[in-house]
Ligand binder design. Structure first.
Ligand SMILES: C[S@@+](CC[C@H](N)C(=O)[O-])C[C@H]1O[C@@H](n2cnc3c(N)ncnc32)[C@H](O)[C@@H]1O
Length: 245
């Protein structure tokens, strides 16, 4: 059997993680139960789009994949979509205002936009994670590199203001604490924590290599040394860390 690359496994795990956080659902927007035209920007594996297509009882031929740059001018008609969804696009978008303006233009009046994102900041409420931990430093380096590359990873915290500025109304920012590790006592959070660990470990290299070598000029050996320490922190039950979703 062909072996899946870690980044692909990570993407599937992140899909599951979002669903766990959303109580099994695929989205939060109150879109009703019969949206006709739906766009998933940066669909990746297409796993969200395929699951979504099954949800409103569409038949699979109703899902069409297009390879294009979401940041170029869209050829869709204006006032076309009932729902536009994009998930984990941090690190991919160079001009958020332009992307949002296109979403606004191509949504029908009364249509919905939902952006689901991981906030790239490792947090703890009890001080068990410090800025000195390799984990904190790793994320800080990634954020710095992505900023330098003009496609910021920590885009989640900029969304609400940018969306409001575009002219959207009824804007809501729902924040979920996503623990990583088996440290939470509550069963549901422990399960989320286990999936969080898996997906973070699988995604470590995919998120690190290009940014740290091409943008910050590190060599592979330096990255490996840091990632070894980061892996230890991720699996350390004494560190009660989480990120916001
Ligand atoms: C982290 S993945 C997320 C995939 C998917 N949204 C999910 O949550 O499972 C980011 C995806 O965005 C795509 N992407 C990045 N920049 C893009 C662009 N300018 N236009 C279209 N897709 C883009 C990448 O190819 C990748 O598949």
């Amino acid at each position: 059997m062909e072996k899946w690359p870690p980044w692909l496994i990570g993407m599937v795990q992140v899909h599951h993680l979002f669903r766990l956080n959303l109580g099994g659902n695929l989205f939060r927007a109150p879109i009703g139960d019969s949206p006709q035209e739906v766009l998933d920007i940066g669909t990746g594996t297409g796993i969200w789009a395929i699951d979504f297509a099954e949800w409103p009882r569409w038949v699979p031929p109703n899902v069409k994949f297009e390879v294009d740059d979401a940041e170029s001018d869209w050829s869709f008609p204006p006032n076309h979509f009932d729902f536009i969804h994009a998930r984990t696009m941090g690190g991919s978008i160079s001009d958020l205002d332009k992307l949002l303006a296109q979403c606004y233009k191509h949504l029908k009046p009364g249509g919905w936009l939902e952006l689901d994102e991981v906030d790239t900041l490792a947090r703890s409420d009890d001080g068990s994670l410090t800025p000195q931990h390799a984990l904190s430093q790793w994320i800080a380096y990634l954020n710095e590199a992505s900023m330098k590359a003009g496609r910021r990873l920590d885009i989640a915290r900029t969304y609400k203001a940018a969306i409001e500025k575009t002219g959207f109304v009824d804007v809501r920012d729902d924040i979920y604490k996503n623990p990583v590790g088996t440290w939470p006592k509550e069963k549901r959070l422990k399960e989320i924590g286990q999936w969080g660990t898996l997906s973070t470990l699988e995604g470590l290299e995919a998120y690190s290599l290009a940014l740290l070598t091409r943008v910050l000029g590190w060599d592979r050996a330096r990255i490996e040394v840091m990632l070894t320490e980061v892996r230890k922190d991720i699996s350390d039950r004494k560190i009660h860390w989480y990120f916001n979703m």
